[in-house]
Design a protein around this ligand. Sequence first.
Ligand SMILES: NC(=O)c1ccc[n+]([C@@H]2O[C@H](COP(=O)([O-])OP(=O)(O)OC[C@H]3O[C@@H](n4cnc5c(N)ncnc54)[C@H](O)[C@@H]3O)[C@@H](O)[C@H]2O)c1
Length: 267
Amino acid sequence: MTRLADLHGTVALITGGGSGIGKATCERFAAEGASVCVVDQDLESAQSVAAAIGGLAIRADCGDSPEIDAAFQACESHFGGIDIAFINAGIAIGVTDLTELDDDTYFKIQRVNVDGVTFGARAAIQAMRRRGGGAIVATSSLAGLIPFPLDPVYDAGKHFVVGLMRSLAPTLAMHNITANTVNPGLTDTNILADGTKNFLEQANFPVMPAAQIADAVYGIVTGGGTGQCWVCQPGRAATAYEFRDVPGPRSAGAEGKRPPNFRLSSS
Ligand SMILES: NC(=O)c1ccc[n+]([C@@H]2O[C@H](COP(=O)([O-])OP(=O)(O)OC[C@H]3O[C@@H](n4cnc5c(N)ncnc54)[C@H](O)[C@@H]3O)[C@@H](O)[C@H]2O)c1
């Protein structure tokens, strides 16, 4: 399994790199010695982050697979390969009552939070197979592990990210590629609507700086584990979530048996 002891000489591609958690991770990775491709649908913000860290800015909509494939190819051609992919771009919609969800809003969030992660992971795997290994981290959320009644479709998409990374991990291990998620709680970025920020401030509810999530992503990439989901909460060190195994079939005997080579978590 690939273990990147430090990031000197590595190449990282980060989606949603123009703002918030992605931006903080671009800055952290560059400070650790990585060459960074800042990918965002907002070219101006990608360019401003890239200019500050000596990285490469690429405009791509992560929900458009030809665009995201082209972004990975441009990064590979420019830097000679890709070692780390942080598949991070995401949006929230804040629709609590499902009967008020219109189709356009539904397809809009699925396109970024589900299609975008799938297309990003696929392109990353192709590039990392060519490289001989690598590390993929996808941004889920605390909402990928618990219910989030304020935005159930967002919550479901973040569960998808957990399921995708955990299911990819065992197969990718044979290609020397790790696959993990980072699962932040409330983080001070633009995704939080102004009203939410004001409400949290008035309620004295703690939110994290984006740099804390960047620290966690750095720890995941250099830690070498796979199939793990790293919970980030204000004031706490990032922690790998402990999944419980599900019961085996009853007919398999008192101990229960799982199919061979089947583990729910490699942690
Ligand atoms: N901030 C939080 O409290 C929090 C908590 C848990 C998870 N997250 C997740 O963190 C990730 C990053 O969000 P953030 O909080 O930094 O928000 P943010 O709004 O500051 O940054 C998101 C970035 O993604 C880009 N983006 C959006 N749609 C895109 C698309 N289709 N293609 C390419 N780029 C696109 C935006 O332009 C922006 O630069 C998201 O997946 C979000 O769901 C955030």
